[in-house]
Design a protein around this ligand. Sequence first.
Ligand SMILES: [Zn+2]
Length: 214
Amino acid sequence: MSGMVVGEGDVLLVVDIQNDFCPGGALEVPRGDEVVPIINRLAARFPNVVLTQDWHPPGHLSFASSHPGRRPFETTTATYGPQVLWPDHCVQGTSGAEFHKSLQIPHAGLVLRKGIHRAIDSYSAFFENDRKTPTGLIGYLRDRNLTRVAVAGLAFDFCVRYSAEDAVRAGFTAVVIEDASRSIDIDGSVAATRRSFEELGVLCVSAQASPDRT
Ligand SMILES: [Zn+2]
């Protein structure tokens, strides 16, 4: 993995570092809390940082509990296509939806909440899972003249993946800081993520090697 030199046009997108995605949370990503100190150190080197926060209303479509007889990690068909069903997580205003208490990025310029519509999930920080409803992040990045998006956080094979893919499709350069991410890995989702990144030209880099060396 190669590193990257951070410039004024770069933004670090910190994905979903929330209690429910950390060990002990409702939808824990194994070892998800390990990325917190890595991301704190990484963010200190980026002048521009955006935090995303998964932020669902009660009864959200992505919750297995909203579908009688269905269980978490099964897949259902939403109006927009396949949708994995999750345990209830990141409900608006709950402690599970709060950022991990050790996350310290006071200079972050934007907290972007996603998954706010009851009938649509949102893995990507750019578009909800119907692939049509924008979150507004493209406009924010363009207005700020930010052209390269470095993505880190939880989980590598879902929200990090979809955010990096959409960044590329929207015309930005995207890199994923792989050692600042952790995976859920269901049904081959990590392998699928790597294949997709290769096809789209999303580079995986290491926080250890970035940003001081190319
Ligand atoms: Zn969610």
